[in-house]
Design a protein around this ligand. Sequence first.
Ligand code: ADP
Length: 224
Amino acid sequence: MSGLQRAVILLGPPGAGKGTQAQRIAERYHLPHLSTGDMLRDHIQRNTELGRKAKPLMERGELVPDDIVLSMVEERISQPDCANGFVFDGFPRTLAQAEDLERICRLHEFDYTIVLHMVVDPDLLMRRLTGRRICKAGGHIYNIYDRPPKVAGICDIDGSELVHRPDDTEPVIRGRLMAYETQTRPLVDYYKGQGLLIAVDAMADADAVTAAIAKTLDRAEKEQ
Ligand code: ADP
């Protein structure tokens, strides 16, 4: 399957599985996986000015201001590897971001946006997030309860160390879920109104969710 000429957006609360699925879709369709969370963490690690601004907000589970995120995204989308499309994970997260993404897509002549709404029972989210472990080298995602690595603390794929994200602790998770409800959930109606939203049952196991998403994207491609 060649690249899709489109912007694929994964929309859903923290813990819905956006990162896991975005990685897999990106691989399957040969598209870059753009995670604003990963981009921000990279800035923090490199101790850039942007990273220093974002760090305290992320530690509290609050959103980073739109202007910071938007300039970062715009710069990334302009790279040649995004010419055939991209998979967004964690962006847009506010109405202002969604409106600006529309402008950027028009500018780059992406006329096809598909929004996958990852629908999940809120009770599941805390378990998924507190149990989440991420590989240091490749960002591969595990869950100590539901999807443990073969050897505790070690990535099955590249053997690197698994880490617990500092914002995957209960009090911060609560803040992130609240930020989702107040600032991001309105995007569900926004994209529904534009006829771009496709609901995905994100409660199934990860492979079943990937299969459902692939079916949806393949069908959408044929209809185009
Ligand atoms: P999750 O979706 O599991 O919360 P992310 O890695 O996507 O994890 O985001 C981690 C944090 O990074 C968020 O809590 C927020 O502070 C910041 N962030 C990521 N993407 C955005 C965005 N598009 N707008 C504002 N803040 C963002």
